[in-house]
Structures are given as C-alpha cells and as structure tokens.
Design a protein around this ligand. Structure first.
Ligand SMILES: *[C@@H]1O[C@H](CO)[C@@H](O)[C@H](O)[C@H]1NC(C)=O
Ligand SMILES: *[C@@H]1O[C@H](CO)[C@@H](O)[C@H](O)[C@H]1NC(C)=O
Ligand SMILES: *[C@@H]1O[C@H](CO)[C@@H](O)[C@H](O)[C@H]1NC(C)=O
Length: 389
C-alpha cells in the first residue's frame, strides 16, 4: 500500500472511533437483546439502563423495532446523566404467566430526574390475570405496567399501553411530569386497569390522550396538586375520578386540578369525586372541570362521600374530607340514568362553593334530575337539570 493510502485508513479509523465514543446514542442491542418476543431481554435492558444512567452525558437509549420480553424491571436512579431519552420503536412485552408472584410494577422508574420516553408499545399481557381475578382465583398481585416513583422532570410522548394487568401508568410522589399523546387500550371488562393513576405528585400535565379501558380513565389520589388535564377522550371505562380519598385519618388533600376539553363515551361515570365514609383530615379544593361532553354516561357529574365497600371499615359512616371550590363549566351531553347530577356530600363537612355554569345534560331526550345532600354552591348561565344547590 502507498503511504498516502495508509494515512487515509488510519484517519478513517480514528474518525469512526471518535464518532462512536462521542455519540450519545446507546442501542439496547449492544447489550445482547434478542427481540424475538420469547427470550428474556430484562438483563440486557438493565445493563443498557445502568450504562446510560452512569454516563456523564445526555444519553439516548435506542430500542429498535422488535418484540422484547421483559420481566418486572426497575430502572433506578439517581443517575449521573442529567437527561436520558428512550426512543422506543419496539414493543415491550410482559410475561402472561400468572403462576409466579410478580412485583407490583412491571416497568418501574425510581428516583430518576430528567427522562423522556418517545413512542413505543407496552403490552402488559393481562388477559389471563383478569380472568383469574374474575373467577376469584388465587392470582397473586398483578403488576402496574409503567410506574414513575419519586421521579422528576419526566416526559412521555406518544406511548401506547395495552392490556395492563393492573393500572397502566402510575405517577407516584413525582414532580414535573408531562404526558403527551398517550393511548391506552384494554377491554371494558378488564378489572382495575386504570389508564393513569396519579398520587402524591405535583406539576402534572396530561395532554391529548385517548383512554379505552376497564376502570378509571384517570384517577387522582391523595396528595396530588397542580395538575392539568386537557384534550382527553375516555371510554369505555369508569371516567375521571378524584379519589378514592379519605381512607386514612391523616391524608394529604387534592388541590388545584383542572380538567379541560374532555369527551366521555359510554363510561359509568363522567366527573367523579369519591371519598370514604370515614374520619379523615383530607380535602379537595380548587378543582375546575371546563368543556366536557358526555355521550351516554351513567353518572355524568357525581360527588359521592359515602363510599363504604361491603359496609366494612367505615365506623363513622361520615366522611371527614372537606370538598370546596369545585367548578363545572360548559358540561353538556347525555346521561343514561335519570339523575345526571349527584352531590352526595358529608353531613359533618358539607360540600362548599360548588359552582355550576352552563351545564346541559339530558336523559333519553327528557329532563334529567339533580340530587343534592349537604351541598352548597351557586349556579350561573343555563343549568339543566336545574341546580339543586
Ligand atoms: C407524536 O406523534 C405525532 C403524530 O404521529 C407527531 O406529530 C408528534 O410529533 C409526536 N410527538 C412527539 C413529541 O414525538
Ligand atoms: C395550579 O396548577 C397549574 C398547573 O396545572 C399551575 O400552572 C398554577 O400555577 C397552579 N396554581 C397555583 C395557585 O399554584
Ligand atoms: C364548550 O366545550 C366544548 C367541548 O370541549 C367546546 O368545543 C366549546 O368550544 C366550549 N364552549 C365554550 C363557550 O367555551
């Protein structure tokens, strides 16, 4: 070879080496994934995560097209890397096995700050698990598909979650979470498959979601504040629920939640607030529901402070949770039951400052009814059924 040619090769090798080292892209395939939907890829994913997490740089973890079988896995922090992006082109599959005791979560991010997940499909393979529960079998604990625990600055874009064994997505004790373009799919009769469950979290934004599942579309638990939900379609399912709250005496409240431009299709509830009939210091305040369309919803607007399943563990039969400052604005559509609006509040802590503005709900083309117990508030604009506040 001529000396000049040699130099060219050497340069090329140096350049490509530099490129590889300097590149912030990591492929899970580098860690030995099989992506055949049958081999266990959990260990390879854990290794890929640890490598990304321990990096000094921002890292993009690439998950190419393919089917990756993953057993319950925790992606833990704190990480050295300030920003980890996971580009999911492939499908992540849970095990359908229900004979083994599983963890409570399938894919769990814990103590992670600065995370973005783009695209992808999570398949929780829940069918056998729901059947087992329906049959009252000894089915162990079922996993929630995607859990963020003690995480900060998280963004989830265009993710699809299907057939989760339990809840699809859980935000727990997390802060600064953005969920855009989420799709949730599970059958109407699948038990406990809430679309998104939020608790103990703040600064949460859920925009543009389509959630079809067997339980709550979005459920908002104790300690949630500063949350915004917009442009969401729910149904089938149980609707958007604040609660259940007040199961415990010392329980953080729910404050400053806005739900805007939401459509319900054939759900059991629309906008629900639900508390246990037990002593509690919990509260619900500064809640706004604005621009909501109900299509054949069983209980379009409902506050139920008398939750006491099987009449057990409710020694007082009166909820201590104080509900105040709840606005229902521009809520229209159809109810499949006569009572389209129910405010069944606590005798010891009546609901205060319930505001109705431009609410128009009908029942089979007839007038619907409203029912108030221990509820105070005001009505403005056209309100049908007529307010009972
Ligand atoms: C989500 O998907 C939509 C439609 O394919 C696309 O326009 C949008 O850019 C995606 N958003 C993100 C943040 O990736
Ligand atoms: C209420 O929450 C929104 C986010 O949904 C936030 O922008 C706003 O600042 C919060 N309001 C108060 C008074 O904290
Ligand atoms: C009422 O809500 C619907 C559905 O979100 C929306 O399309 C409409 O613009 C809203 N009307 C007003 C006056 O804000």
């Amino acid at each position: 070879m001529e000396p000049l040619m040699d130099m060219k090769y050497v340069l090329l090798i140096i350049l490509s080496l530099l490129f590889t080292l300097g590149s912030a892209d990591t492929y899970v395939t580098q860690f030995g994934t099989k992506a055949d939907g049958k081999s266990d890829d959990s260990e390879a994913f854990t290794k890929a995560w640890n490598s990304a997490c321990n990096s000094d740089n921002s890292i993009t973890l690439q998950v190419p097209a393919g089917n990756y079988l993953l057993y319950p896995t925790t992606f833990g922090g704190p990480c050295k890397s300030k920003k980890i992006t996971i580009n999911l082109e492939g499908n992540l599959l849970a095990s359908a096995d229900i004979n083994k005791v599983e963890d409570e979560s399938w894919l769990r991010f814990e103590n992670v700050e600065g995370l973005e997940i783009n695209g992808g499909v999570l398949d929780g393979k829940g069918a056998r698990y729901w059947l087992c529960k329906e049959d009252g079998g000894d089915c162990h604990v079922g996993a929630k598909s995607l859990v963020f625990n003690k995480c900060k600055n998280v963004r989830v874009n265009n993710l699809t979650s299907m057939n989760s064994k339990m809840f699809h997505i859980v935000l727990d004790e997390s802060e600064g979470v953005r969920v855009y373009g989420l799709k949730v799919r599970a059958p109407a009769n699948s038990l406990n498959t809430d679309g998104i469950h939020v608790e103990g979290s703040s600064d949460v934004l859920i925009i543009d979601a389509n959630i079809q599942t067997g339980d709550d579309c979005i459920s908002i638990g104790p300690g949630t504040h500063d949350m915004w939900v917009e442009q969401v379609t729910c149904g089938p399912g149980h609707g958007i629920s604040i609660g259940s709250l007040g199961q415990y005496l010392d329980e953080p409240g729910v404050q400053n939640v806005t739900v805007k431009n939401v459509v319900f299709h054939g759900t059991t509830n629309g906008l629900r607030i639900k508390t246990w009939a037990r002593k509690s210091n919990g509260f619900v305040k500064e809640i706004v529901f604005d621009g909501v369309v109900m299509n054949d919803v069983e209980n379009p607007i409902i506050i139920d402070q008398n939750y006491c399943p099987h009449g057990q563990d409710c020694p007082d039969q009166i909820s201590g949770v104080q509900i105040s400052g709840v606005t229902y604005k521009n809520v229209t559509g159809t109810s499949t039951t006569e009572v389209a609006m129910t405010f069944d509040c606590s005798a010891s802590n009546p609901c205060r400052e319930i505001e109705l503005e431009d609410v128009d709900l009908t029942y089979k083309y007839q007038k619907a009814q409203a029912s108030c117990i221990y509820a105070e508030g005001t009505a403005a604009g056209v309100v049908t059924p007529p307010s009972c506040l």
